[in-house]
Write a protein that binds this ligand. Sequence first.
Ligand code: N01
Length: 506
Amino acid sequence: MTQYLDKAPDAGRRSRKAADPSAVKVVEVLIVGAGFAGLGSAIQLRKAGITDIAIVERGTEVGGTWRDNQYPGAACDIPSNLYSFSFAQNPGWTRGYSGSREILAYIKGLARDHDLLPLIRFQHNVEALHFDGGEGVWTVTLTGREPIKARSVVMAQGPLSNAGFPNMRGIETFQGKKIHSARWDHSYDFAGKRVAVIGTGASAVQIIPELVKVADKVKVFQRTPGWVLPRFDFQSPEWTKALFAKLPVSQTAVREAMYWIHESMALGMIWNTPMTKALEILGNRFREAQVKDAWLRRQLTPDFKIGCKRVLMTNDYYPALQKPNCELISWPIANISEKGIRSVEGLEHQVDCIVFATGFEVSKNGTPFPVHGLGGRDLNAEWSGGAQAYKSVQVSGYPNLYFTFGPNSGPGHNSALVYMESQIDYIVRSIGRLAAGKLKYIDVRADAQKTYNVDIQKRLAKTNWNSGCKSWYLSADGFNSTMFPGFATQFAKQMATFRERDYRLV
Ligand code: N01
């Protein structure tokens, strides 16, 4: 192991700080966010013997994206046996693909069963992070509260946690009700209302079938039609639940089978192969079977490769669009007016409510709050041309800081939780190394990070995500800082090795 002296510009402040009698307690690990990643990190850290943990959560409940996304029809498009932690399997899933309430109940169960609630400080909103290279400590600034000091920080605030209304001309003039998919207003009664839905992505295709059941009229504003494939959902039979509870290895076997089925999908979804064509044929046949009207079918036909944007797994979206009270509008939106939405051909669609299923503000070119590393360097500025990290979890110059769902860790074909578990294991190993070596900090080397990213970007250039469509995976200028160009198995393999020579150990 190579030991390096701390040459950080702020190292000179060390002795002054060390002499400060008012020095506050330094938490060993501070986790930002109490969703899947934050709670999973806490569970695995504790298992590794790291117990001095605090979790800060800006909300009043655990659950992250599954607490926020409670729109009607919200469900996961990955089977529950795979969209859960392998170390906390749930034999009681009621469906093949569970709804958001059941997933939220599972997350709450994780917090309860692993006794994590005492670690969580609710309504603690992080405003900034500053690293002191002299002390090897992060200062976490919070809104209206005393700052917290921590040796290591795990960013588990989620990539899809910031929902916002899109920047559309006239949006502030609309006199009716505005609802964002990720901030649903359950008190609003849709019965008898004229509703517009903007967006036809993963959230919209789940919301629309529910809205057409209650609203008087639903107008769906589509900018880009996506690829739709059937979802093989079913109610879990009682005997499988009993079997999984009695014999957990049987559930592990089912999970394993699902993992490999999803892995095989990568061949068609990530890269352009004969399987891509086969999946497109399946998508075309599905549309032909479900959509009778030729013009509507034409409007719903994507003009990009399958996998380029997230594939929509739904059986009831196309049927919902054909209900008498539903209408697909593929004219682009010109502006929002006082009474509704004006499309470019000049029509004003008057509605009582607009549902914005328009996605999230994803931090591709920055961090959700200012992060200052060694010598005051600013991660927002460094990421302005596109976020980059080492193996998605660490960034050079920002020691002891870890990302879950960091740059280039997104899957297009397999469960996000599979990726999350290997990131968490890596983070636990790194924090364990810090503690075992009584190190002040661990900082990834800039050259190791660069080599890693050159390879990732080369591989991304050959994927379907970079094949020409626009999606939230890419920045405005087409840089892909979100997806991992490979199988989940490859991602797990790279995360399984902690190469000490890629780090400065101080
Ligand atoms: O958001 P999206 P989402 N004018 O960005 C349209 C996860 N998720 O909330 O395609 C007009 O996918 C936009 O049009 P276009 C999943 O990872 C998972 O649906 O950009 N339209 C698009 O149709 C997913 O990828 C589950 O042309 C505008 C839609 O709004 C991610 O969340 C379920 C517009 C946005 O689609 C985000 O999904 C739900 C504008 N100005 C979500 N701006 C699971 O099942 C945007 N649009 C796990």
